[in-house]
Design a protein around this ligand. Structure first.
Ligand code: UT7
Length: 328
């Protein structure tokens, strides 16, 4: 049995943060941001919008698109690095909002989270003979970004997207191969220092801004290209195909230069690479499903297409998967 994508949906806040808005806030310029990242604007949640509210909207759209009822969802996975609150897990809020009573868990693997969620969801579907697994990538990164840090505040945005996994036959559409990995010696390159057991939040940690995301951008950049290329090649090999067979490459949208460098090294041209970073920035675990659902809604993905997805981020963690597009 294979797990295919039987439905999808997305939800992004209406609010937009443009490069011009950022110019008024920090020492930066539209020209610098576009040239170094490819980003022109990001979506930003209002006070009333949260990771769970975006996930619920995306999940409801995916359930509708799959033509099923919430009762037919047997497992929920929410990939997020910006949980609703530390306890309980975001899946509890999302499941409640969607009217689910099935099991749920969060997948906190930064920007690679959706790939981990997809792979875990597919494995549960197969092992448990489940009818459907709902996998959502959802983030409100605007809540953890230091508005005064020009190294990060220009990058991140908010949004959510979801897919419904359903079983197909051995030769049907679905996930054909995957790879996941993590180099935990690089935990210091990207993360939020305070608020966990290592450094509980205090008024001092708040004063120091340690509740915000910190990133060594250049080093993350350097490692990201290598991680994506190596991981993508492993997933391709396990799927028994090569990059030349791929119809669509849907990478994590972190930086246009990373996307282009990775695609270039894999030998995948720009026409086969899905890019929407200019309008959404880096939405971490939501970025790959957001690009995927947007391409699907635009009719760019056709049944039978071979798709390569690949992401990397905090950890440093990475993951890739090859799938054949199409419903059961
Ligand atoms: O999603 C998961 C992981 N995250 C990523 O993948 C992000 C990876 N990293 C990046 O995308 C890039 O490293 C950044 C976009 C964060 C930074 O771009 P960069 O080309 O690596 O710039 P840099 O950090 O090497 O800085 C170059 C210069 C510096 O000035 P000096 O020292 O040369 O005078 C920075 O201070 O650009 C300066 N700078 C800026 N200037 C205008 C840094 N940020 C900005 C800014 N506006 N926002």
């Amino acid at each position: 049995m294979r797990a295919c994508i039987a439905g999808w949906g997305s939800a992004v806040p209406e609010g937009r943060l443009t490069n011009a808005d950022l110019e008024a806030r920090v020492e930066t310029s539209d020209e610098w941001i576009v040239e170094r990242t490819g980003i022109r604007e990001r979506r930003v949640a209002t006070e009333d919008e949260t990771t769970a509210s975006l996930a619920i909207a995306a999940g409801a759209a995916a359930i509708k698109s799959a033509g099923i009822t919430p009762e037919e969802v047997d497992q929920l996975v929410v990939a997020t690095a910006t949980p609703e609150q530390p306890i309980p897990h975001t899946g509890a809020f999302v499941g409640d909002g969607l009217g689910l009573r099935c099991g749920s868990f969060d997948m906190n693997v930064g920007c690679a989270g959706f790939i981990y969620g997809l792979v875990a969801g597919a494995a549960l579907l197969q092992a448990g003979n489940l009818r459907h697994v709902l996998v959502i990538g959802a983030e409100t990164l605007s809540r953890i970004v230091d508005p005064r840090d020009r190294g990060t505040c220009i990058l991140f945005g908010d949004g959510a997207a979801a897919v419904v996994l359903a079983p197909t036959g051995d030769d049907g559409p679905g996930i054909l191969g995957w790879d996941t990995g993590c180099d935990g010696s690089a935990t210091g390159l990207l993360g939020i220092p305070a608020g966990g057991s290592r450094l509980p939040a205090t008024s001092d940690t708040i004063d120091e801004g340690l509740q915000f995301i910190k990133m060594q951008g250049q080093e993350v950049f350097r490692r990201a290209v290598r991680a994506v290329v190596d991981s993508a090649n492993l997933a391709l090999e396990r799927a028994g195909i090569t990059a030349g067979d791929i119809d669509w490459f849907i990478p994590h949208q972190a930086n246009l230069r990373i996307i282009e460098a990775a695609a270039n090294r894999l030998g995948i041209d720009r026409e086969r690479t899905i890019v929407n970073i200019e309008r959404f920035g880096n939405t971490s675990a939501a970025s790959i499903p957001l690009a995927m659902t947007e391409a699907a809604d635009a009719g760019r993905l056709t049944d039978g297409d071979l798709i390569l997805i690949s992401g990397f981020g905090a950890g440093m963690s990475w993951g890739s998967a090859v799938l054949r597009w199409g419903r059961a």
